[in-house]
Design a binder for this molecule. Sequence first.
Ligand code: NAD
Length: 298
Amino acid sequence: MAETIAFIGLGNMGGPMAANLVKGGHCVTGFDLSAEACAKAKEAGASIVGSVIEAVNGADIVITMLPAGKHVLSVWNEILPSIKVGALVIDCSTIDVESARKAHDLASAQNRQLASLDAPVSGGVGGAAAGTLTFMCGGSGEAFARAEPILNLMGKRIVHCGDNGAGQAAKICNNMILGISMIGVAEAFVLAEKLGLSHQALFDVASTASGQCWSLTTYCPVPGPVPTSPANNGYKPGFAAALMLKDLKLAQDAANASGATTPLGAEAAQLYSLFANAGHASEDFSGIINFLRGEGKG
Ligand code: NAD
């Protein structure tokens, strides 16, 4: 059944996600502050309107894909009183767990039977365009069941992680593993270079031994062993260092707020902050290997 879907935030991720909903046969009304983002979404078949309020008018489902928690809370505050009774509101942005929980609370405080879901994604711009994202969802079982067929048009793996905020919690825990593991793999290659061990030899051993991990086998930070990794393409992202830093900071905020001890997560956030501030924010995050070698400093 074709649904009326409002899509707010039509940037690098939201644009192609909205396009996949149009391809899936749904009626998508979009809004973004950027005229360029709106023009691209219009080309892909979405109807573009002049405000967030117009976008949600009559929508069965509302999706937000915005930069950070403050944008999500501000937009949700504005739209919730105008949303159709009984509608489903999904936030796919990567935001802090506390703001995600506040957004759910705002929705239920309306007393208008709104269902809400936090559903951040992994898979990047390529996954958004191909419709192969992973969605990590937090919210009630009913909200998840209702969202699943829609999320399936934009992703290949849709996981219900638990109650309100659990999707954001899963996202930042996963990306903390990723940031730490990339630094670990990069350090191993830097040490191997000093010891006269070839990149290929380290890869051949570690990729099938106990050092095996995604940062090595899919996203190898040196050119050669994995031809599709950004290292073979001048460290063009991929997944930009600025976004890795954002997620590592969210993980540290959550660790501080919850009292979790995450010393390697803190160190990874510190290293990515130095890397990004040294002018590498828009490079792929695997480029940290050059920084660790000392090539990227200053
Ligand atoms: P982006 O900057 O390309 O898009 C965000 C869009 O939100 C922009 O077009 C901006 O104009 C719009 N916007 C901001 N405030 C608005 C408002 N009040 N009303 C309407 N539109 C507004 O960012 P992106 O890369 O699409 O990322 C979106 C979210 O997805 C972020 O939370 C990011 O962390 C997350 N994410 C990004 C990637 C990635 O690889 N780019 C991967 C996973 C998750």
